[in-house]
Design a protein around this ligand. Structure first.
Ligand code: FAD
Length: 457
């Protein structure tokens, strides 16, 4: 059936962040949407929203929300983070702004709030029905068949005849069903690090106990701690640590070792986490995975989007942003009409290379965050980058600003970012202060290397 036909019933698997937003887009195009979600309704029952408690939303994610009129309300609940606050093991804090000025910032938002908000927005269209405790356990996508288990009764049934959108996250059952399609390829690389969430509670009267408008980082080489602010004055801290090794989740096996480790490495954070030992040993340790797969669709019968198609590690704060951008691109294609098979093929053609690029940048950013952010040379280069961003607006661009503050395709951001990074590195050679950067030389390098590349693309 041509996608332009209104009222076609479709199925979305997974009412997470991407599935819920996707349902809004599909409903606005006239489709009737049935969403199958394995968890109970988090608006009625207190359940763990899974993974991170809060996350950073930036330009790409906000743009998708704006398209369906949800940006303003989301921003009312968000806390702008204008830069990184670096906490060295000893000595004063260091602040690095993210953009050329405060208008360029990322935003900390509660995952649970956003997920509930999007589910309600989907239902408010009048065309979306979310069925909770419905787990897809298998599928024959070629035949358009889903096997669904009702988690409340344990009964299994078949659902068929509808186009399927798999937005069921990194462990996607829909993607696993795609694996049966001849020629399908998929890789899942788990990181040698896990993560644990801890909480810095609000101070007296709901006060923030650290700088509110920053993403806090304690870079320590092979591991790090980060913290993002929450609306109630608390911070959610995430400790990223190797699974095994001399300093690892394996080695921190007793309260005494844990306390000593925090005292030595993160003394300021330790002073603010009253229940450190209890929380550390009670809370689960999360794992992180990069998933790449192709193709993303089975003809016009099924497609995967969001983490189901491209789970990435969280170090660029882009997983959800990238999934929301999938929805923006899909929306553009829905506007063109045509059949589902053409649309899904085009979606994958436009998105796959970009999803792969942000996946690779996210892994690279892990090294930058845990290793380099505390290093004086890195700080100097960041300062030089800021001088160039301000002196050559529209000509000089950085990878971070393209990824976080623009909708330039990720692939382009990756390539242009590498050229820009090379220029910064050359200009920083032998410098001790960013203000002394040779602007004439900078202008020459930017015009020789960056401007032609950007014109070509
Ligand atoms: P999910 O959010 O995983 O949702 C999948 C949904 O499908 C869930 O509701 C699940 O219950 C349901 N489901 C799963 N299997 C089935 C099944 N078989 N049948 C029915 N339903 C099913 N991204 C950012 O943009 N910014 C950040 O700052 C950021 N920080 C992060 C920090 C951490 C520690 C982690 C782990 C991730 C972070 N991310 C961040 C990435 C972000 O969480 C994901 O990219 C995003 O959640 C993907 O949304 P999704 O809807 O595709 O998948």
């Amino acid at each position: 059936m041509p996608v332009g036909e209104r009222n076609e019933a479709v199925t979305v698997v997974g009412a997470g962040l991407v599935g819920s937003l996707l349902s809004v887009f599909l409903a606005r195009r006239g489709h009737t949407v049935e969403v199958l979600e394995r968890r109970p309704d988090m608006r009625r029952e207190v359940i763990d929203a899974g993974r991170s408690i809060n996350l950073a939303i930036s330009t790409r994610g906000l743009y998708a929300l704006r398209q369906v009129g949800l940006e303003e309300e989301a921003l009312r609940h968000a806390i702008p983070m204008r830069g990184r606050m670096i906490h060295p093991p000893k000595g004063a804090l260091m602040y690095q702004p993210y953009g050329r000025d405060d208008s360029q910032h990322i935003n900390s938002l509660s995952r649970a709030w956003l997920n509930k908000f999007l589910m309600s927005a989907a239902e408010a269209t009048g065309k979306v029905r979310i069925r909770f405790r419905q787990r897809v356990s298998g599928a024959d996508l070629d035949q358009g068949v889903l096997t669904v288990v009702d988690e409340a009764t344990g009964e299994e049934r078949r659902e068929e005849g509808r186009v399927v959108f798999g937005t069921d996250g990194s462990g996607s059952a829909v993607r696993q069903a795609l694996e049966k399609v001849p020629g399908f390829e998929s890789t899942a690389e788990t990181l040698g690090h896990g993560y644990k969430e801890l909480t810095i509670p609000p101070g007296p009267g709901g006060a923030f106990q650290m700088e509110k408008h920053a993403l806090h980082i304690w870079p320590r080489g092979t591991y790090m701690l980060i913290a993002l602010p929450n609306e109630d004055g608390s911070f959610t801290c995430t400790l990223f640590l190797p699974w095994k090794g001399p300093v690892s989740f394996e080695s921190l096996d007793s309260p005494a070792r844990l306390e000593a480790f925090f005292e030595e490495q993160f003394p300021d954070a330790k002073a603010l986490i009253p229940d450190l030992t209890q929380a550390f040993f009670a809370r689960p340790t999360g794992s992180m995975v990069t998933v790449k797969c192709a193709p993303w669709n089975v003809g016009g019968k099924a497609v995967v989007l969001g983490d189901a198609a491209h789970a990435i590690v969280p170090f660029f704060g882009q997983g959800m942003n990238c999934g929301f951008e999938d929805c923006t691109v899909l929306e553009g294609l829905l506007g063109k009409g045509g059949d589902w098979e053409t649309l899904f093929g085009e979606l994958a053609r436009l998105r796959k290379t970009n999803a792969d690029a942000i996946a690779d940048m996210a892994v690279e950013n892990f090294v930058e965050m845990r290793d380099s952010t505390g290093n004086p040379r890195f700080l100097l280069e960041k300062a030089v980058e800021k001088v160039l961003l301000n002196t050559f607006p529209g000509e000089f661009v950085s990878r971070y600003s393209m990824v976080s503050f623009s909708r330039v395709p990720y692939r382009l951001a990756y390539e242009v970012g590498a050229i820009a990074g090379g220029i910064v590195s050359e200009l920083s050679e032998g410098l001790t202060r960013a203000e002394d950067v040779d602007l004439e030389r900078a202008k020459r390098l930017i015009h020789e290397r960056l401007v032609p590349f950007m014109k070509e693309h």
